[in-house]
Unconditional design. Structure first.
Length: 450
């Protein structure tokens, strides 16, 4: 069972207001610790199911290893804090430490252990409990402490005097903090962020909209303060270690940083990759990118989650004609029957190569397998345009009766509006003679080899 440590600062009135609401929101047992000074978390403290709350006189940013004050050996620590800035009513969370000089607590080039999963859960709780006038966001890594004693994060009420004294805002933060009881600090897919502004909009989108959690984030200003990446490999390595991550996402162009991260054997990914991969098994993702191609080159994942698959070709001509009739339906049927598939034209059209789940029979020969199912569905799309469609031994055959311009010319119909009328199924008159649509139609047959 995860134990949550909560830190209150008497130097921060927003922190006091949040913790007042915490004490009202849960059934706490009041206890006394005479082994530590009252100013350093001793004296009266509070314990409830899954959480312990202790108070300190100093500002949070000036505390050093506050987790040591908790006799519960906490798995996660949250600082109930104010947020200062010109950002209006805002509930926000972030991790602590310094990618460069320590101007506001902590040590230079030192990062606290992050809790990416807990931050994602905190932001989700903020969204649920925030009063209507409050925005919800996350921030980049900044200020102290850089040594906490366990994974930690700040939960903040901002951004000025009015909000620090707002009971509704304080209550929202308190309720969100209580949601962190029994929440583990980490999940199985986490990343480190580099670049962007202080409020990390790209990384906030990733947290809200994908299964990926975000650990430490070095915003543009933090990277500039850090200095040349190759001279600060240790702090970059620490960012991944402290975030329990091996993946990085960049916001902006940082070529030297990219080179350095690649030398550190870090996997650089795009936001498209994160969204497309989402919660899919990473071993399957790696296999797809090895056998079929890269997500960043247009590979997209289907709805089948088989660990074993075969890359096969769909009939290119059949696929092209079907997409010309109903591209959305084609994409839906390909996605429904594949592990992954290629795309073309910037991802707007399905390509002919697909990865289909392996079956007991060979995937390309099994008449009931996923490739055959896709072809049958493509034939059904053709039926939207053609009069008759059927499956032959080695082809899809489509027949239609259509307007024939040559027959129209032979009937003396001049090209122009009357051509269009005939094509639309209307009779026309030429030199006093009526030409019916049936007279200028011909049967056409198309075979699509499969």
């Amino acid at each position: 069972m995860t134990t949550l440590a909560i830190v209150e600062s008497h130097a921060d009135r927003a922190s006091e207001h949040i913790c007042d609401r915490l004490r009202e929101r849960a059934d706490w047992t009041q206890r006394t610790d005479d082994s530590r000074p009252v100013a350093d978390g001793g004296g009266t403290y509070y314990r409830t199911d899954g959480a312990v709350l202790r108070s300190f006189d100093a500002l949070h940013i000036d505390l050093e290893r506050p987790a040591d004050a908790f006799d519960c050996d906490p798995d996660l620590l949250v600082f109930a804090s104010r947020h200062s800035g010109d950002t209006g009513p805002l509930l926000t969370g972030h991790f602590t430490g310094n990618f460069g000089p320590a101007e506001f607590g902590g040590e230079t080039d030192a990062l606290a252990d992050a809790a990416p999963n807990a931050l994602a859960e905190l932001l989700a709780a903020f969204e649920e409990y925030a009063p209507t006038e409050y925005d919800v966001g996350m921030e980049c890594t900044h200020h102290g402490p850089s040594e906490v004693g366990c994974p930690s994060l700040f939960a903040e009420l901002g951004s000025g005097d009015e909000q620090w004294d707002d009971p509704a805002g304080a209550d929202a933060v308190a309720r969100a903090i209580l949601e962190l009881r029994n929440i583990v600090p980490h999940r199985d897919r986490q990343l480190v962020g580099f670049g962007g502004n202080h409020y990390a909009p790209r990384f906030g989108r990733v947290v809200r909209e994908t299964s990926w959690a975000v650990g430490h984030v070095a915003a543009d200003w933090a990277l500039e303060a850090m200095g040349h990446p190759t001279a600060h490999r240790d702090v970059l390595e620490r960012a991944f270690e402290a975030s329990d991550a091996g993946v990085a996402l960049l916001d902006g162009e940082w070529p030297v940083l990219e080179e350095t991260l690649e030398e550190l054997d870090c996997r650089l990914v795009s936001e498209t990759w994160l969204r497309e991969v989402d919660d899919r098994p990473l071993e399957v993702v790696d296999a797809v990118e090895t056998e079929l191609g890269a997500v960043d080159d247009g590979i997209r994942f289907g709805e089948r989650l088989a660990e074993s698959f075969t890359v096969v070709e769909l009939p290119a001509n059949l696929l092209s004609v079907a997409q010309g009739i109903d591209p959305d339906r084609v994409r839906e049927t390909v996605a429904a029957n594949t592990v992954a598939f290629a795309t073309e034209n910037g991802g707007s059209r399905v390509g002919s190569q697909v990865a289909v789940p392996d079956t007991d029979d060979i995937a390309t020969e099994d008449s009931s397998g996923p490739r055959a199912k896709i072809i049958q569905d493509l034939a059904a799309v053709l039926a939207e345009k053609y009069d008759t469609v059927w499956v032959d031994d080695d082809a899809i055959v489509a027949e239609e009766t259509a307007f024939d311009p040559q027959l129209a010319r032979e009937a003396g119909v001049p090209e122009g509006p009357k051509f269009g009328a005939l094509a639309d199924g209307e009779s026309v008159t030429v030199d006093g003679e009526t030409v019916s649509p049936e007279r200028v139609r011909t049967e056409r047959t198309r075979r699509f080899q499969i």
